[in-house]
Design a protein around this ligand. Structure first.
Ligand code: PMP
Length: 417
């Protein structure tokens, strides 16, 4: 018995679902011992090239040198929790300056909780209850936002989920501004917020259609609806200004997480002063014991300074573009054309035909077929999710590119026999 299988056996006895609760959807399945740069090392010594990056956070690689010292320093220096620190002030100033459209921020630990903070704030400022969100967009695992697809439920509803919340949400197809306009013409004045991934990444990478975000922005202004961009994945991955800068459309509130602190758990709610100043003054509650914990704030400062002084985006774009092209070429060469779609920093691999503009068209693809291939790929040392998402980090270099493509080719051939 390998050390990993022994650990899995022990985990099965004390962790429901094993060591990672979402293995069925996300995978991969091995026990990791350590990580550095673009690599993960299993307890049995397998060296994986990591294209999952912890679902995105390790955007600058695992344990980047610029990060470890300031974080360890904050740990040695009292590991302050529940008290304001100079590190928090600096992190907030730097984040506002980096985003440049947001006046104020509040910190938390996970994207999930920031979604809830934003929805609560939107309801408080509008005095309305209902929220519009979109098929296939993921906003965390809490009851009110969990289900993303009423018919097929890929990111499924859960047993035990409180269905009563669902009436407060209207789930619409994304990228269809005419449909949204019709809904708002009827119900616009009852809607507190519209929340979306401004570029859909979680279920498959789909960019907003031409002028879609602009039209949504105008409709929100017209009906007094708070527009919330969930940039938990896109925020620092697409560029320091995330989707806001890429598409030039500014929301009222936005959420950040994952890459914002180089892999250390920190999330943030950012927004305009007239909305944000309602929080934390006794009117709109937002709390959490570990919010703005000092090591997290040290990580935000170090990450944002690093992004400012050594922007990694050109090298990530170069690596990602070569990887996408390489995967397509290998698919062609073995007569199994792969769809490789999205942006170099985050793309989606699948099989199937047809245009993909929203979640429904994405669901027409053969996603299970890719999930099978992903399992084989992991066995060949490339750490990827079953759901088709590939992430690229600043730590991926040409050696990883060659090795990933070589492993991919062998895995694909193995999988085909
Ligand atoms: N929103 C988006 C867009 C996300 O991608 C995620 C995580 N995949 C979340 C919210 C939830 O964040 P967390 O897992 O940190 O709670």
């Amino acid at each position: 018995m390998t050390h990993a299988s022994e650990l899995r056996r022990r985990a099965a006895a004390c962790v429901p679902g094993g060591v990672h609760s979402n293995v069925r959807l996300i995978g991969p399945d091995d026990i990791i011992d350590s990580a550095k740069g673009a690599h993960l090392y299993s307890v049995d010594g397998t060296d994986y090239i990591d294209h999952l990056l912890g679902q995105g956070p390790a955007f600058l690689g695992h344990s980047p040198d610029f990060l470890t010292e300031p974080v360890c320093d904050a740990i040695r220096n009292g590991m302050i929790v529940g008290g304001q620190t100079e590190r928090e002030v600096r992190a907030a100033e730097l984040l506002c300056a980096t985003l440049d459209w947001a006046d104020m921020v509040r910190f938390g630990l996970s994207g999930t909780e920031m979604v809830q903070a934003a929805l609560r704030l939107a309801r408080a400022v509008t005095g309305r209850r209902r929220v519009i969100r979109f098929e296939g967009h993921y906003h965390g695992w809490l009851d009110n936002v969990l289900i993303t697809d009423r018919d097929g439920a890929w990111e499924a509803a859960s047993a035990g989920q409180l269905a009563s919340h669902l009436d407060d949400f209207l789930v619409l197809p994304w990228n269809d501004a005419d449909l949204l306009a019709d809904v708002l013409a009827r119900d616009g004045e009852q809607i507190a917020a519209i929340i979306m991934e401004p570029i859909m990444i979680n279920s498959g990478v789909i960019e907003p259609g031409p002028a879609y975000l602009e039209r949504v922005r105008r409709m929100c202004a017209r009906y007094g609806i708070v527009l919330i961009f969930d940039e938990v994945i896109s925020g620092f991955r697409l560029g320091t200004g995330g989707a806001v800068r890429r598409y030039g459309v500014t929301p009222d509130l936005a959420l950040y997480g994952k890459a914002i602190a180089g892999g250390v758990p920190v999330s943030a709610l950012a927004g305009r002063v007239d909305l944000m100043r309602r929080i934390g003054t006794g009117e709109v509650n937002h709390s959490g014991t570990f919010n703005a914990w000092a090591p997290g704030m040290a990580a935000v400062v170090a990450t944002l300074e690093h992004l400012r002084d050594n922007p990694p985006y050109a090298s990530i774009a170069d690596y990602g573009a070569k990887l996408m092209a390489g995967l397509r070429e290998i698919g062609e060469s073995v007569g199994e054309p792969l769809r490789v779609e999205g942006l170099p920093a985050a793309f989606h691999v699948s099989f199937g035909e047809g245009d993909v503009t929203d979640y429904r068209s994405l669901r027409q693809l053969d996603l299970d077929r890719y999930a099978d291939l992903a399992d084989v790929l992991v066995r060949h040392g490339v750490w990827v999710a079953k759901r088709g998402i590939w992430f690229v980090s600043a730590a991926h270099g040409m050696a990883e590119l060659d090795e990933t493509l070589t492993r991919f080719k062998v895995a694909l051939k193995d999988w085909l026999v």
